[in-house]
Every structure is written in C-alpha cells, then in structure tokens.
Design a protein around this ligand. Structure first.
Ligand code: CDP
Length: 227
C-alpha cells in the first residue's frame, strides 16, 4: 500500500451544516493530517471588519486583510487574528450574518486563497470550505462534497448554537442558512459548486462516524489501488 505519508491533500466542500468541520477534524486526528478550516479565515476577516467598523466592500478592509496576521494553533482548534484568539468570536450570530458578504469580495478571496495554498504546501492536509476542491486545491488527491437537507443542517446548527447559549429557533436558523447558501452559490467569484471529480456524500441520515469511516475507506481504497 502506498504510504499515506509524504504528501496528501484531501479537500472537502459543502454548504453550512453539512458536517465538513467535524468530519475533517476527526479525519485529521485519525490520519495525522494538518486541518485547515478555510471558513474560519473568512470569519476572522469578518471580525476584522466588525472591529474596525468597515463594510464588507470597503477598500480599507482589503488593506487590512493584506497586512493582518491570521494563524491557526492546536491544529486548527484556535484561530489568532493579529495574535488575538478570536476562536469564539468568529462563531457569533453577527459574524454568521456578515461573513458571506465579506467572502464574496474578490480581492479578499485572493489574499485568503494565497494564504491557504501556502499552508497546503506544508505537506499532508485536510482542508474544508466552499472552494477547496475547485479553486484552492484543484489538484487535490481526494475531493469530497458533503451535503444534507436544509432542515437537517439547520437542526445541527441549532444544536451548536444552543450549546453556546444562543437563544434562537429552528425556523430562524434555517432561513439564515438558506440565505447564506444562496449567497455562496450565486456569487460571481468562486461560488460553491460540486467539482466534477468530487465524491458526493449525502450526510442527512448518516452519523459523523459513518461519514468519517466512508471517507477514510475511500482514501485507503484508492491509495491501495495506486500501488
Ligand atoms: O461552518 P459553516 O459551514 O457555517 O461556515 P464556514 O465554513 O465557517 O464558512 C463561513 C462562510 O465563509 C461561508 O458561508 C462562505 O460565505 C465563506 N467561505 C467561503 O466563501 N469560502 C470558503 N472556502 C469557506 C468559507
């Protein structure tokens, strides 16, 4: 079997609540890969906009993005923006509301994509987001597209928000997810789409472990096949 060792890129895309982050994090632990949460970077830029009271499309925000430092520690568990831990702040409702508008600005995307590709060049990585299989790592060794019904995705997101003591309803969360999906799918630059060579996984009725096991099995199957 070809050793999963020297260089490996697993890219996962999908809409909000499809399970990308949890699945990718677990696979990273199991296979000893670097985990890249690309959405966290757009969320950090959104925090930057909020702190500086800048709108998503302001030229000042692009300048800030060019000079700011966005770094991960603890294999992606913690994100630092200019040395400040913003891991909790990036998940707040105000960031959820604004992030898709920030992420559609081409100059912001190109800065963040360059940063992601630099991180990816470090070696063995599992990266997830909206354009990892299409734009950031078009030559990834493995590509997956995770999906689930909007109701199921809203239920998952609601459970996460309740853990953070956010008082909201399933209907509200579902509407917010639909609105963000719409923005991510219809934007002009790097919209969310399924790469032709991605394996589509419908996670609606699957547990996290089932999805993790499926992806690991696919990776091992093809790695064996390539010897
Ligand atoms: O966790 P969830 O799927 O809700 O979102 P996320 O992965 O943290 O991404 C938040 C937002 O960032 C998305 O709705 C997109 O607007 C944007 N994003 C993007 O444009 N490209 C990526 N590669 C990742 C996220």
């Amino acid at each position: 079997m070809k050793k999963i060792g020297s260089h490996l890129t697993i890219a996962i895309d999908g809409p909000a609540g499809s399970g990308k982050s949890t699945v990718a994090r677990r696979i990273a632990e199991k296979l000893g890969l670097l985990y890249l949460d690309s959405g966290a970077m757009y969320r950090a830029v959104t925090v930057l906009a909020i702190h500086h009271r800048l709108t998503a499309d302001s030229p000042e925000l692009i300048d800030q993005v060019k000079t700011c430092r966005i770094e991960f520690t603890d294999n992606g568990k913690t994100i630092l923006l200019n040395d400040k831990d913003v891991s909790v702040e990036i998940r707040t409702p105000s960031v959820n509301r604004l992030v898709a508008d920030v992420a559609k600005i081409p100059e912001i995307r190109s800065e963040i994509v360059k940063h992601q590709q630099r991180i990816g060049s470090e070696g063995r990585i599992i990266a997830e987001g909206r354009d990892l299989t299409t734009i950031v790592f078009p030559d990834a060794d493995f590509k997956f597209y995770l999906d689930a019904s909007v109701r199921e995705r809203a239920k998952r997101r609601l459970a996460e928000l309740r853990k953070q003591d956010v008082d909201t309803t399933l209907e509200f969360v579902e509407a917010e997810i639909q609105e963000r999906d719409e923005k991510d799918i219809t934007r002009a630059h790097s919209p969310l789409r399924t790469a032709e060579d991605a394996i589509i996984v419908d996670t609606t009725d699957k547990t996290i472990d089932e999805v993790v096991d499926f992806i690991i099995a696919e990776v091992c199957k093809r790695e064996i096949g390539s010897t």
